[in-house]
Each structure stands twice: as C-alpha cells, then as structure tokens.
Design a protein around this ligand. Sequence first.
Ligand SMILES: [Zn+2]
Length: 245
Amino acid sequence: MSPELSQLIELQELDLEIQRIADKLASIPAEREQAEEKFNQYAAEFLALKNQHEETLAERTRLETELAETQTHHEKFKQDLMRVSNEKEYITALREIDATKKHIGALETEILKRMEEAEALAEQLTTFAPDIEAKRSEVDLVLASLDRNKAGSEDRVGELESRRGEIAGAISANLLSMYERVAKARRGMALSEVRDGICSACRMRVRPKIFSDVRRGDQLITCDSCSRILFYRPNTTKSAEAVTT
Ligand SMILES: [Zn+2]
C-alpha cells in the first residue's frame, strides 16, 4: 500500500475517533443534568420540607432581630419616662412603653411558634434523611464518574489531535484538502474499504479493473458512486481500528 494511502487511512481513523469522543463529551452536560433532575424528583418532598425549614429559621432570626430592636426602644421609653418635664411627654412615654411591651409579647409568641415549627420540620427531615443521603451519594458517584470520563476524554482528544497534526503535516496539501472535502460531504468518512469487491460505505460493486487497482494500493482511486477514496486490506477480518493501534 502506498504511504499516502496508509496515512489517509490513519487520518480517517483519528478523525472518526475524535468525532466519537467529541459526541460523547457533548452529551455529558445533559447526562449530569439528568442525574440531578432524577435526584430532585426523588427528593422533591424532602427538598420542599428542607426549604420550609430554612425559611422558618430565617423568619425566626428576623423576628429575633426585631425583638432586640423593640426591647431597646422599650428601654429607651422607660428612661424617657423618668426624664419627662410635662404631662404631654409623660403620656407619650407611657403610650410608647405600653405599645412596645405589647409588640415584645407578640414577637415572643411568634418566635416560639417558629421554634416549634422548625423543630417539627427538623424531625420530619430526620426521618427522610438516611434515604435521601443514600440517593444523593448515588447521584454524586454518577457525577464524579462523568467528570472522570470527561477529563479522560479530553486528554485522549488532545493526544489524538496532536497525532492528527503529525499525520496531516506529512500529507501533501492537495491530497489533504481532497480528503477534507470528501470527509465533510460524507460525514467524516472520506475513505472506504473495498470488501468482496463492494464499496463498504455505499454498498456499490466496484468494477473488476478498479478492484484490482485498489488491491494493488499504489494509487488513489475513488468510488464511482460515493466519491470516497477506496482502499483494500488483504486481511479483511481485521477491524478498521487495528490500523491505528
Ligand atoms: Zn462508494
């Protein structure tokens, strides 16, 4: 077989492998999303409870801040009461002391309610937790495995692309552009193996004269029907990948 032809064969194997890995990489974000979505569906009730729990705690914190502020005001009005200089100031201070006291009472009741709510929610969450944690671990394993695949695939593409650069650099510009033109038109398959006298890509029988030329492998011959560059391997039981490995 001519060196050019074997270089083209390797180029095609590299391109197909790069494309295969690129397709796999492209599907990873969707697979991640799917794993997360599955977990979210499974854990929907749990997550809703968890959300509610967090909101209750946040509301409690907010009420406690308001309580502290109201207590400060209340103390201030009590101080004011001792410093009043007329009836009007006295009444105002008394009214404020009374209002803040009521507000403090209301806030304390609300805080207590939130505490009880949070406690009840926490208890419900505890019963769910082991199951959810197990499910979460499962999902995390899937995600970690996808990340590993991604890293491995990216490394592999890097290797393949550097090898592709070497091969492409060794092929004449004309031939390379012909290869790329056909590959583009034929979904990455610029070459086709002839098996039993048939173009394996388009399934057309090649003429006997052409077949014998292809078997000699010393020139570039394209398929009349699909325009792919034809090649022949004496041992056709060997898979196409065997060329690159
Ligand atoms: Zn063909």
